[in-house]
Design a protein around this ligand. Structure first.
Ligand SMILES: CCCCCCCC/C=C\CCCCCCCC(=O)N[C@@H](COP(=O)(O)O)[C@H](O)/C=C/CCCCCCCCCCCCC
Length: 314
């Protein structure tokens, strides 16, 4: 039993006592009024006088029941309140536990993203798919901290990541170690729809291309964020980066929805705080490390896709 419950029992006791006293007084008053007074002094308003008389006579007549009904109502109210109090404390505790688990597990950390993109690059400039996916997973954690307005974006990114993870863990997983090996394998085995959507809508190449385009947005956005002044507007930076990159691949309705979501982005300071790095200067310094890595991964993929005529996969 915690303070919450103790206080409810105490307040409940007082309430029952007050209702008991109150109803006893009402009973006594109604007895006196019905016995001693003529309610016609309420003047010409016969309806009021009549109604009051009916009420007092009723209370007087059924005073024992009246007290019981009042106490019963009071007990119902108390039971409801206790249930509500229990539910609130129980679910808030559960919510807290879940939030804690989420925060341990799902807390965004820029360093994690930086490490993932660093690990992406092999010595001979190939891109490891496993770390590419890990980088995106980290970024989605950030998106998830921004609230449900960004849910449709996060959902699409998660779906794409799941497709890639499925391929990575599938029976041909060894063909998906790097983006280069994936392109070679899928093209060589006609697993990519090159001109129009067909049987391979969930090919690794097509799926990765969507994330690859988004990576360009990320690079542009982070660069704006890094170089902006303290009062820079994240919504404007995000929209400008989007219009310069991803927007041309999206239909009108997605562009509008994305534009509206951008307006709800937190301010620059709050944005930097979510990165869990430290002071603004430290975040800016880490962004300075992350952006060239992201840019390199982007450039390598861009060149590879261009060489295989895959920049416009349907
Ligand atoms: C260092 C951290 C700071 C920045 C953190 C940013 C976190 C961003 C995390 C994820 C970005 C979302 C990536 C979205 C991938 C979109 C892929 C795509 O273009 N999908 C479209 C086409 O797919 P198919 O139909 O051909 O399969 C799909 O139609 C799109 C649907 C959703 C809308 C996507 C809007 C993208 C807006 C750009 C990201 C805004 C994030 C703002 C948060 C700062």
């Amino acid at each position: 039993m915690n303070n919450y419950h103790t206080s409810f029992i105490f307040e409940g006791g007082i309430l029952v006592f007050l209702v008991h006293c109150g109803s006893t007084r009402v009973c006594a008053l109604s007895k006196w009024i019905t016995a001693e007074t003529d309610l016609s002094f309420y003047g010409s308003d016969a309806l009021i006088s009549f109604n009051l008389q009916v009420i007092f006579v009723f209370v007087n007549r059924f005073q024992t029941y009246f007290k019981h009904v009042m106490l019963l109502l009071c007990l119902c109210f108390l039971t409801d309140s206790c249930l509500l109090a229990w539910a609130v404390s129980h679910f808030s505790k559960r919510k807290k536990t879940m939030a804690d688990t989420v925060s341990d597990d799902q807390k965004f950390c820029l360093k994690e993203v930086l490490d993932a993109f660093r690990l992406c690059l092999s010595e001979n400039r190939e891109v490891y798919l496993q770390h590419y996916v890990a980088g995106w997973r980290g970024l989605i954690k950030f998106l998830n901290t921004l609230g449900s307005v960004f849910g449709f974006i996060s959902k699409d990114a998660v779906t794409k990541i799941q497709i890639l993870v499925h391929l990575l863990n599938g029976e041909n997983g060894s063909q998906y170690v790097t983006i280069q090996s994936m392109v070679k394998y899928e093209q060589g085995n006609e697993l990519v729809d090159l001109t129009k959507r067909g049987n391979n809508q969930e090919s690794g190449c097509r799926t990765l291309l969507r994330l690859h385009r988004a990576l360009r947005w990320l690079e542009l956005f982070l660069d704006r964020l890094r170089t902006s002044s303290e009062d820079g507007k994240t919504s404007v930076m995000c929209a400008d980066a989007y219009n310069e990159s991803l927007a041309k691949y999206h239909p009108w309705v997605i562009r509008k929805a994305a534009g509206m979501a951008f307006c709800l982005l937190p301010g620059r300071q709050a944005f930097l705080e979510i990165m869990n790095v430290g002071s603004s200067e430290q975040v800016v310094a880490m962004l300075g490390e992350a952006i060239p890595l992201i840019s390199e991964v982007y450039q390598i993929t861009e060149v590879l896709y261009a060489q295989h005529n895959m920049l416009d996969l349907p």
